[in-house]
Write a protein that binds this ligand. Structure first.
Ligand SMILES: C[S@@+](CC[C@H](N)C(=O)[O-])C[C@H]1O[C@@H](n2cnc3c(N)ncnc32)[C@H](O)[C@@H]1O
Length: 251
């Protein structure tokens, strides 16, 4: 089955935009890669902390709407399954998804932001977090490293948003080793290089087969896996694999 394609005219279910519901009716904006500006703060009215953080990101010109919605939607879907005293955002880019755990989850004491590069926008996002959630920046530890060298302490919850190719599988491997939950939003699946059975790739399509293979790997390791989606208007690569390490947690 093909993943849903982005379609600006497609109605987006309210359930699919969890933090910024005022944007339901504006799907044509969801995939915007234009940097949010101070004047865009009006898109995020209200007194809530998510709205205040979004406005702070606008003030700092820290990111675009697509990145904000991608991170907040995955966070909203995955927070219960992933939260733990230590959370790692792997191939984190500017680290927005991991930072959401530092801001919104009291249980989370430390957040490791792991990437081989640290973009300039990472500082802006951290500053925006500090503007509205002064408790958050001190929880964050940046780790500039190659994912193949990464190790995680036991119990770490893992996020891997568009980690690209086999790095999603590496993130799954790390979550299994650590025994924590994981939320992965896979992209550009490596059709030839992935160990999913060729028969499944032919029968189901490679993208589907690869995620089935990942699901079995997690289930065999004792995780419980759910497939969810974020709105295709945010990203056409919109399937989220959510795996809880504890059988009593409802992802
Ligand atoms: C498509 S971006 C996703 C970034 C972020 N998760 C997001 O959703 O905005 C992929 C990220 O993986 C990082 N990356 C690529 N290869 C890596 C590696 N071998 N080890 C660590 N990070 C890597 C890149 O620097 C980039 O930030």
């Amino acid at each position: 089955m093909e993943e849903q394609r982005s379609n600006e005219d497609e109605a987006v279910s309210p359930a699919k935009l969890r933090f910024h519901r005022e944007l339901f009716s504006r799907p044509s904006l969801h995939g915007s890669r234009n940097t949010l500006r101070p004047e865009d703060a009006r898109l995020f009215p209200g007194e809530s902390l998510p709205a205040a953080f979004a406005r702070a990101l606008c003030e700092r010109r820290a990111t675009c709407l697509k990145e904000l919605l991608e991170a907040t939607e995955v966070f909203a879907l995955a927070r219960k399954a992933v939260r733990a005293p230590v959370v790692a955002d792997l191939c984190c880019g500017h680290g927005l998804a991991g930072l959401l755990f530092a801001i919104f989850e009291r249980e989370v004491e430390r957040v490791h932001l792991v990437d081989r590069e640290r973009p300039a926008s990472a500082d802006l996002i951290l500053q925006a977090a500090g503007d509205v959630a002064p408790w958050a920046p001190s929880k964050v530890e940046w780790r500039r490293e190659q994912l193949k060298r990464t190790t995680l302490e036991p119990g770490t919850g893992v996020i891997a948003i568009h980690a690209c190719g086999l790095r999603t599988d590496r993130a799954i491997e790390l979550a299994v080793e650590a025994g924590g939950g994981i939320a992965a939003l896979p992209c550009c699946r490596p059709h030839r290089g992935h160990p999913a059975p060729e028969g499944l790739k032919l029968a189901l399509g490679a993208d589907e087969a690869i995620d089935v293979h990942r699901t079995y790997a997690l289930e065999q390791a004792g995780h419980r896996v759910r497939w969810k989606t974020i709105a295709p208007t945010i990203s056409p690569m919109n399937r989220v694999l959510i795996a809880s390490a504890r059988r009593d947690v409802d992802a």
